[in-house]
Ligand binder design. Structure first.
Ligand SMILES: [Zn+2]
Ligand SMILES: [Zn+2]
Length: 153
């Protein structure tokens, strides 16, 4: 298994094109934002006033959302919650483990990895056909496709 290497922005990209984490940003930027929010007794994500300095989050939803700016797994949980566990392509409702979170504009095409406006909940079947269509197009355009080739395997 090839090792994921961090790029300039600290994003770790797996061999199959999946983004893992902006871990360096989490430990600098994220930690500072959390500390500031706790100090101000405000939710770090939505800015709502909090009753004490114990936590920088007003809710589980805000915690997922904030973590999701840095970590794929949290972005994934938040997006599924936001989309109410419904596939945004065919509208089917499923359990979390039967759903994927997809990059609307593929990372390989320059889509943002951890930006909520570029993420959508999809069911496995829709995800497969979207990925297949993407790879077909990509093959036809003869673009380099190393990052995403693993997804079809
Ligand atoms: Zn909040
Ligand atoms: Zn679907």
């Amino acid at each position: 298994m090839p090792k994921a290497a961090p790029d300039a922005a600290g994003v770790r990209v797996e061999a199959n094109g999946r983004i893992l984490a902006l871990s360096s940003a989490w430990f600098s930027d994220g930690a500072r934002r959390r500390a500031d929010a706790r100090h101000a007794a405000k939710c770090v994500e939505c800015g709502v006033a909090l009753p004490n300095h114990r936590t920088p989050y007003c809710s589980r939803r805000c915690r997922w959302r904030f973590h999701g700016h840095y970590f794929w797994d949290s972005a994934r949980s938040y997006v599924m919650l936001r989309d109410r566990y419904r596939c945004r392509i065919c509208g089917t409702r499923r359990r979390a483990r039967e759903l994927d979170v997809d990059h609307i504009l593929e990372i390989a095409r320059g889509g943002a990895a951890l930006e909520y406006s570029n993420l959508q909940t999809v069911c496995r079947a829709c995800h497969r056909s979207k990925t297949r269509a993407f790879l077909r197009e990509r093959g036809a355009a003869d673009l380099p496709g190393e990052a995403l080739r693993g997804r079809e395997a």
